[in-house]
Design a protein around this ligand. Sequence first.
Ligand SMILES: Cc1cc2nc3c(=O)[nH]c(=O)nc-3n(C[C@H](O)[C@H](O)[C@H](O)COP(=O)(O)O)c2cc1C
Length: 129
Amino acid sequence: MKEDELELTNDSFLVSETDEEGIIRFANEQFCKYSEFPLNELIGKPHSIVRHKDIPASVFEDLWKTIQAGNIWRGFVKNSTKKGKYYWVYATIYPYTSCDGSKGYISCRKKASKEEIEKYANIYKNMLK
Ligand SMILES: Cc1cc2nc3c(=O)[nH]c(=O)nc-3n(C[C@H](O)[C@H](O)[C@H](O)COP(=O)(O)O)c2cc1C
């Protein structure tokens, strides 16, 4: 593990919800803990607040294309923390329409293994070349 990497515990479960534009409207306590942002600094902000430059733009293009088409997106993401550290997650993003007709997206994240992190760090590095 690198010095400024935060390692998720095995039972970590980081959740956030956005509106249709990707503006955060909910984050659970574990998302706040790992991102090092208090909840009031996340609500109302674009989800790119935790974006890490090592993830190619095409990954997010694929993410948005998938969820806007009403499908579930799954993938490995490296996120930045408020203090300039980072953490890897395996994310699953669900599009939803609630009973009042409003739409949004929910992301549920769990720990990625060391092997998965190494694999995707290399894939993304090559994509950025
Ligand atoms: C529900 C949901 C969760 C997201 N979670 C993350 C995330 O954890 N990290 C991230 O960098 N982008 C996340 N995104 C994608 C961002 O909205 C954004 O597309 C990405 O950070 C790239 O930002 P940019 O297009 O401003 O460069 C999420 C989007 C949605 C809809």
